[in-house]
Ligand binder design. Structure first.
Ligand SMILES: [Zn+2]
Length: 263
């Protein structure tokens, strides 16, 4: 026989307190001693809290990995699907990442300005963060800037190098000084010898990289670019001009707005 205790609890036939909502007992017995156990509602509540905590930690990690909020929002589910071939190649790269990581093989996303290289690179970065990898999105200008800080620079650069994946946006746009090039070479050299995966974007063509890699008159550059080409597979991203599409969309929006009605 059941005895109602309150809105939320009742006593079952064995005299255990039970949850009125899920009907499960909230008590058990062992050698004559009663102790509390969680009913299904409580277990669900604990599980939801744990999930929320996990999600919060992941987002905290993501904020460190990709400090720029806009870049952090770039994910494959926001892809406009107009360049399916590139999307598929990049998703395949993510799905085979265990093998890629073992060999330290990265990508060189290349194409002209506004083709979505930065977008795609961060889609990959986000997918890898979701999969539990440590990622850092940075630029070579940042690395050079850090190298100029003789007090904390080395420590900060080493922090970047601790990540399994290093995303470097816009390779080739950094200032070209002897100091800068030395620092960049050191960084790329360390990253590759630590078997870090490099995800690079650039406006240059791989052919230009190849030429630079063979330029005996500019050995520092040659060393940087040959190291990159050893480790990064070039993928052309230029079929869809994301920015042009956006420009067209904005123009259409303005046109509609301005011509819509009489004022
Ligand atoms: Zn319950």
């Amino acid at each position: 026989m059941e005895v109602k205790l309150s809105e939320n609890e009742f006593l079952n036939a064995e005299g255990f307190i039970c949850c009125s909502k899920c009907k499960e007992p909230k008590q058990s017995e062992y050698e004559g001693h009663r102790y509390s156990i969680p009913c299904k509602c409580r277990r669900d509540e604990i599980e939801a809290k744990e999930l929320e905590e996990k999600r919060r930690k992941l987002e905290e990690k993501r904020a460190f990995s990709i400090p720029n909020a806009k870049l952090r929002s770039f994910t494959f589910d926001k892809d406009d699907q107009q360049d399916k071939e590139t999307t598929n190649i990049l998703k395949r790269y993510v799905s085979k990442f265990v093998e890629m990581k073992a060999k330290g093989l990265g990508l060189l996303l290349w194409g002209s300005v506004g083709t979505g290289k930065t977008f795609y690179a961060h889609c990959i970065a986000n997918a890898l963060i979701d999969a539990g990898y440590s990622v850092k999105s940075t630029s070579l200008s940042t690395v050079v800037q850090l190298a100029q800080d003789f007090e904390n620079g080395e420590r900060e650069i080493n922090k970047i190098l601790q990540n399994q994946v290093i995303l470097i946006d816009d390779v080739g746009t950094e200032r070209q000084t002897t100091f800068a090039n030395e620092q960049i070479y050191n960084f790329i050299d360390k990253a590759t010898s630590l078997n870090r995966v490099l995800l690079l974007t650039t406006n240059f063509m791989p052919k230009e990289f190849e030429e630079a890699a063979q330029d005996t008159a500019d050995l520092v550059h040659a060393r940087i670019y040959s190291r990159i080409l050893e480790k990064c597979y070039p993928i052309k991203v230029n079929k869809i001009k994301h920015r042009d599409a956006l420009k067209e969309e904005n123009r259409q929006f303005m046109k509609n707005l301005l011509q819509e009605e009489e004022v």
